[in-house]
Design a protein around this ligand. Structure first.
Ligand code: GLN
Length: 207
């Protein structure tokens, strides 16, 4: 099963390395760097990485895959957006330079933790996953969750939300050694949590 990482800017290699590492445990995981429609059409799930959301957004538009991503995810393809990836997947942002795809119905404030909070780490408790060291880098704030389930919060604010086949995080699981969130995403692709489109259920095998 191919899992694609939108591969223009940001933590692309970091996500790919975690997926490679998990390939040792799940024998049919193959990470793919997505840069065009052909790559996108090959994958069973999509990750939009952390990075600079204005840049990633611009390149997604320039390479002509903005509408294709929306169509795939609306048709049930699982999506995980981390940090900048969440901003791009959201339904609204406070910055006209990044128009959210409307795939996760949350309202976003970019760089919402302010300058002092440019970077910090905190151990958080995630529903169904457990303790996780969350790394926040110029993180967005989720101002409101209009639809979906809040899986984790930090200082009274949602930091991880899932709505059916879409998972959004304000932090960077790709920047730690801990693979629990990527494993959760792989289980999501396999249908856990009631999102299966029927297309890939059962395709995730643990060695
Ligand atoms: N602040 C960044 C942005 O708005 C996102 C943070 C990140 O992905 N590290 O693009």
């Amino acid at each position: 099963m191919k899992i694609g990482v939108i591969g223009f800017q940001g933590d692309v290699e970091e996500h790919i390395n975690i997926l490679k590492k998990l390939g040792e445990k799940y024998n049919n995981i193959e990470p793919v760097r997505i840069r065009n429609k052909e790559h996108l059409s090959e994958v069973s799930a999509i990750i939009i990485p952390g990075g600079e959301s204005t840049t990633i957004y611009k390149l997604i538009l320039e390479y002509g895959i903005y509408d294709n991503i929306i169509e795939r995810v609306r048709n049930g393809t699982p999506l995980m957006g981390t940090c900048a990836g969440l901003i791009i997947a959201s339904s609204s942002t406070n910055d006209p330079r990044v128009v959210g795809m409307g795939l996760l119905d949350v309202d976003i404030q970019r760089n919402g933790y302010g300058r002092q909070g440019d970077s910090f780490m905190n151990e958080v408790e995630i529903d169904g996953i457990g303790r996780f060291l969350a790394v926040f880098i110029r993180a967005p704030v989720i101002k409101s969750v209009n639809q979906g389930k809040v899986m984790a919060s930090y200082s009274g604010k949602a930091i991880m939300v899932r709505d059916k086949n879409v998972l959004g995080l304000t932090f960077h699981p790709e920047l730690t050694e801990d693979t629990k969130i990527h494993e959760y995403f792989i289980r999501m692709i396999g249908g856990e949590g009631g999102v299966s489109t029927g297309m890939h259920a059962g395709s995730v095998r643990v060695k």
